[in-house]
Design a protein around this ligand. Structure first.
Ligand code: AMP
Ligand code: ZN
Length: 108
């Protein structure tokens, strides 16, 4: 599902240039444009899910997959540890309403 005014949908559809560290059938990983840590990645599902608060039946498979991708990219980059953060809703600090997991690390 593609949402016209969604920047992450545009990135996923390659309408906006962006280097992916990883891409598979369910999700992509790219670097946050304003890194808040030495390594700051965004793990983003290809399906446009507004936020955790708008998950539908079956989306838990996608969200679980994002965690698995965090593990794999952490291994691949040799990160010694990382913080995973999901902002939910305006009052949860969410600015882009296409679900994403922040992966932040002091290493990398
Ligand atoms: P959130 O506040 O959880 O919605 O986080 C949105 C994140 O997306 C912020 O950390 C932004 O720096 C990041 N961001 C916004 N636009 C881009 C972009 N074009 N490429 C990479 N990261 C972006
Ligand atoms: Zn989107």
């Amino acid at each position: 599902m593609f949402v016209n005014d969604c920047i992450f949908c545009k990135i996923i559809e390659k309408q906006i240039p962006c280097e992916f560290l990883h891409e598979d059938e369910l999700a992509v990983i790219f670097r946050d444009i304003h890194p808040k840590a030495k390594t700051h990645l965004l793990i983003v599902p290809k399906k446009h899910i507004h936020s955790i608060a708008q998950m539908e039946e079956g989306d838990e498979k996608i969200v679980g997959h994002l965690m698995r991708m965090a593990q794999k990219i952490g291994d691949k980059l040799g990160l010694s540890g990382y913080n995973l953060q999901i902002n939910v809703g305006k009052d949860g600090g969410q600015e882009i309403f296409h679900l994403h997991v922040h992966l932040m690390s002091k290493s990398g």
